[in-house]
Design a protein around this ligand. Structure first.
Ligand code: ADP
Length: 442
């Protein structure tokens, strides 16, 4: 028996002894029932007195000393006192930990929100208060979409992309740009971290403006040069010793022209965060792209198209065309004559897929990680010779990310490569623009 546990047997014995004494005294006066009743009344009054004492004591501060008590009540008081002291210490240590945690989160440069399963604010740090000019408890219980108002952010919360960052420009304040990441950390609690990337975006915009201006300035003289050089190349009426240099000049000018065009396109794609929601018929787009590619390779490569669905994508038609054209042109350039390139479009409950598969030279595993970087080539000389600008896959990657889509690449040296673009269900529609799949809950 622990020192604090009440001596149950002793209590019962003492009460029985009291009742027996009452009975004996009652017998002495020929009133045994009255004797027992008086004894019971004395016991009950004693207990009621201690009960009142206990209730009064429980209402007093935790550290109030135990009131004088004897017998089982002394044990009850001691036990409750002990429990109250343990609870007090626990509460103090929790409060200390909470204070430390608050200090840490308040020192963070990023805004942090704890959200419940309905994406309502449970708590936030001081940075969030400053960043969104919100005051303490006023916003507790408010849905986060009332603070960060943006349709793409609303769609993100309901998508299966939680955990990945999303760039958000608040509808009410287009001068600011945030990177928001919502992570589920328990069954019905989420952590939202908001980073203000306005300055970084501004620097990117300055860089992008510079590239746009430089490309634009280059394009005008290049167009003039291209016109002259190309007409010289077509003219058979000049000194044959100039034929080779002129042809070389013509091919280099074409390369520069393609490079400037790709630089401008990449620059434009990088500046855009989100693709519009035009309904783009993928079958029509793929048919045209395959037709162009067949012309490009003089039908030396068998280009097969397999449209397994008539579904469309919600996105930017010209960016999607650029994705397909770049993938196809690479496959055609890196596949020997007589080879096959397969293009496929299909959907499943996880979204839509565009695949371009070739049986060309393939890509080494070490290069796979890096080939979407600008100007990264596995074989510089060969790629240049084949007319690439080194920007094709970077364009593909940016055009896809604008559609929240991903690119996966599988390849085996000398066997071929498969490029698959995956679009989330929310972007897949019927031709009349109706969603094909219900969106997954977040
Ligand atoms: P490029 O204009 O040089 O083709 P890309 O960005 O389109 O630039 O491609 C980068 C590099 O990736 C290419 O130079 C080539 O080495 C490799 N690559 C791209 N697509 C393929 C493919 N289908 N087969 C083999 N290698 C490829």
């Amino acid at each position: 028996m622990s020192p604090l546990s009440p001596p149950t047997g002793g209590i019962v014995a003492k009460h029985l002894a009291l009742l027996a004494a009452g009975l004996l005294l009652g017998l002495l006066y020929a009133a045994p029932i009255a004797g027992v009743a008086i004894a019971a009344l004395i016991a009950a009054s004693w207990h009621i007195y201690h009960l009142c004492q206990l209730l009064l004591w429980l209402r007093s501060p935790v550290d109030t000393p135990i009131p004088p008590s004897v017998g089982p009540w002394s044990t009850v008081f001691s036990r409750i006192y002990h429990e109250r002291q343990v609870t007090k210490k626990l509460r103090q240590s929790n409060a200390r930990r909470m204070r430390e945690w608050r200090n840490v989160t308040n020192a963070l440069p990023d805004a942090g929100f704890v959200l419940n399963g309905e994406f309502q604010i449970v708590q936030h740090n001081d940075t969030a208060g400053r960043m969104f000019r919100i005051d303490g408890n006023d916003v507790i219980g408010l849905r986060i979409t009332n603070i960060i108002r943006n349709p793409a952010f609303v769609a993100y919360l309901e998508s299966d992309r939680l955990g990945e960052p999303i760039i958000v420009v608040p509808t009410a304040d287009a001068s600011r740009t945030y990177s928001c990441t919502v992570t589920r950390y328990s069954a019905d609690q989420f952590l939202l971290i908001v980073r203000d990337i306005t300055k970084r975006q501004m620097e990117n915009r300055i860089k992008a403006d510079f590239v746009a201006n430089a490309s634009h300035e280059l394009r005008t003289p290049l167009t003039v040069l291209r016109g002259y050089v190309n007409s010289m190349a077509e003219d058979n009426d000049f000194d044959p010793q100039w034929r080779e240099p002129v042809m070389e000049m013509s091919s280099q000018v074409e390369r520069m022209h393609a490079l400037v065009a790709d630089l401008m396109e990449l620059n434009q794609l990088e500046a855009r965060l989100d693709a519009p929601l035009e309904t783009v018929s993928i079958c029509a787009l793929l048919e045209q792209a395959c037709k162009d590619a067949r012309r490009l390779c003089d039908d030396k490569i068998d280009i097969q198209l397999d449209c397994q669905t008539n579904a469309s994508l919600l996105g930017d038609a010209s960016a999607l065309r650029s994705v397909v054209t770049n993938l196809l042109s690479n496959s055609v350039r890196f596949t020997p004559a007589g080879g096959t390139v397969e293009v496929r479009w299909w959907t499943d409950p996880d979204g839509g897929y565009i695949m371009v598969r070739d049986c060309g030279i393939g890509i080494a595993p070490d290069d796979l990680q890096r080939i979407t970087e600008r100007f990264y080539r596995t074989d510089r000389g060969r790629a240049r010779h084949q007319g690439g600008t080194g920007l094709g896959l970077a364009i593909v990657k940016h055009a896809l990310s604008m559609h929240q889509a991903t690119l996966s690449i599988e390849s085996q040296i000398n066997e071929g490569s498969t490029f698959t673009c995956h679009f989330m269900p929310a972007r897949v529609t019927t031709n009349s623009g109706d969603k094909l799949f219900a969106e997954k809950g977040g």
